[in-house]
Design a binder for this molecule. Structure first.
Ligand code: GRG
Ligand code: 1GP
Ligand code: MG
Length: 240
């Protein structure tokens, strides 16, 4: 797989288990200015729900990626640009690091490796479903997170490191520690981004910000503001 995310600033994560804001359509969702759409969530995932979102977004230009939370919800669709497969570095259960992946590969024939890449998650909000689901140890200092990020890149060859605060705005110092741990990998940050300022702030530390709940709670105009926030943060920090 090539590394298109190296050029991204913003990902919109659609949770197929949650409705859009009343009156909005997937056409609106695909025109928020985001660089890519990830389709996934932790709870209530089914192939059908995934497929419905993929179909609804298929005709627009924004690249679509599936982010499955378990092997049984992966859908085979030519419309998908690729599959971003989490591996949770701070899970206390190896199933969420490598076990689910082994099961997937054992069961499925002919996976499309060119369209498949992993995201090295560091799950930091103990209240999030994803933390509970993967039994993540969220007691990680900035030094720990920096070391996880470095291990992910240097020892496990990960192209994407994802600091995940799903549902709450994280600690910018921790996100910066992850950034400092990386040379080449792309740093995703997700969690609690709700407006221009929060997008700008995390945009100063992460390569890509991921916006999820805001789409389902506030809608497309609010998402568009976060695209502006991170774009401005990156423009301000890029030397000419
Ligand atoms: C091997 C395959 C194909 C799948 C397994 C992939 C793994 C390890 C998944 C672990 C769980 C995970 C990191 C899922 C990614 C999606 C995610 C973090 C969604 C956000 O979840 P929450 O916001 O906590 O949940 P809800 O919004 O559903 O409550
Ligand atoms: O839903 P929010 O809090 O925006 O988090 C985004 C994403 O990181 C969730 O996996
Ligand atoms: Mg969520």
């Amino acid at each position: 797989m090539s590394t298109p995310w190296a050029a991204w600033d913003h990902i919109l994560k659609i949770d197929p288990d949650k409705p859009l804001v009343e009156g909005e359509t997937f056409a609106d969702v695909c025109q928020t200015g985001t660089d890519a759409i990830e389709i996934g969530g932790t709870l209530g995932m089914t192939e059908d729900k995934m497929q419905r979102v993929v179909d609804a977004c298929a005709e627009y230009d924004v690249p679509l990626y599936q982010e499955p939370s378990n092997p049984s919800v992966v859908i085979d669709s030519p419309v998908l640009e690729g599959y971003l497969i989490p591996t949770v570095f701070n899970s206390t259960d190896p199933f969420w690091m490598v076990g689910a992946h082994k099961e997937w590969v054992r069961i499925e024939d002919g996976l499309d490796w060119d369209r498949t890449t992993t995201e090295a998650y560091i799950v930091m909000n103990p209240e999030a479903s994803v933390a509970e689901y993967t039994e993540a140890d969220c007691e990680q200092s900035a030094e720990d997170v920096g070391a996880f990020a470095r291990v992910a890149e240097k020892m496990f060859g990960q192209e994407i490191v994802y600091v995940e605060y799903s549902g709450t705005f994280g600690d910018p110092e921790i996100v910066q520690a992850a950034a400092d741990g990386l040379d080449d990998a792309t740093l995703f940050y997700g969690g609690g981004i709700g407006d221009y300022d929060s997008a700008y702030e995390m945009g100063q530390h992460a390569d890509v910000i991921v916006v999820g709940d805001l789409l389902h709670e506030e809608g497309c105009d609010a998402v568009r503001e976060t695209v502006e926030g991170v774009t401005d943060a990156h423009a301000a920090s890029t030397p000419n």
